[in-house]
Design a protein around this ligand. Structure first.
Ligand SMILES: [Zn+2]
Length: 172
């Protein structure tokens, strides 16, 4: 389904303050819109300068982002399933891609998340190895916060590598 931004749930939550040149999400969180190609240039430069260390940096950045995003759901007493479902909807609205949880094991703190149209894979394809380091960290950060124990995330399949979708495995 395609809808114009102003008619979408995201559009109704974004306030454009034209004279100031700012966009506010939910009337308070400043946001900015970049093209995927701009984002790709930023990521490529980061990998060129920092090599493998860039993977770790982006993972850690994603991890902190995931924790901060998950915080509100804990405060509002969402279940892990509900929090992931709402976050998936919000992230899809933001153009990040569409993910779904295919396995969720609360006891052993393991999960599998599958994602279509990862915006990072789109930005960095083609690649010989998985590239969604930011999202790896993001999912690890969300579940670490919701489960109250640090978990890690590996990307087993990646759209950028020619796999049909990205697959993330989360475990302690
Ligand atoms: Zn990927």
């Amino acid at each position: 389904m395609k809808v114009k931004l102003r008619e979408s749930p995201l559009g109704s939550r974004v306030l454009a303050v034209q004279e100031e040149g700012t966009l506010l999400f939910d009337g308070r969180v400043p946001v900015a819109i970049f093209g995927i190609s701009t984002f790709a240039s930023i990521l490529q430069a980061t990998y060129q300068i920092h090599g493998e260390a860039a993977s770790t940096s982006l993972y850690m950045f994603g991890f902190e982002m995931g924790k901060s995003f998950a915080k509100q759901f804990v405060e509002e007493n969402y279940s892990v399933e509900e929090a992931l479902s709402v976050l998936s909807d919000i992230d899809a609205m933001a153009g990040w891609g569409r993910y779904r949880v295919v396995e969720l094991d609360h006891e052993n703190k393991r999960a599998v998340i599958v994602m279509r149209n990862s915006f990072i894979a789109d930005a960095l394809k083609p690649s010989e190895k998985p590239v969604c380091d930011l999202l790896r960290g993001y999912f690890a950060g969300i579940l670490s916060f919701l489960w109250k124990i640090d978990v890690r995330c590996e990307e087993i399949k990646c759209l950028a590598r020619g796999d049909g979708e990205c697959r993330f495995e989360i475990h302690p």
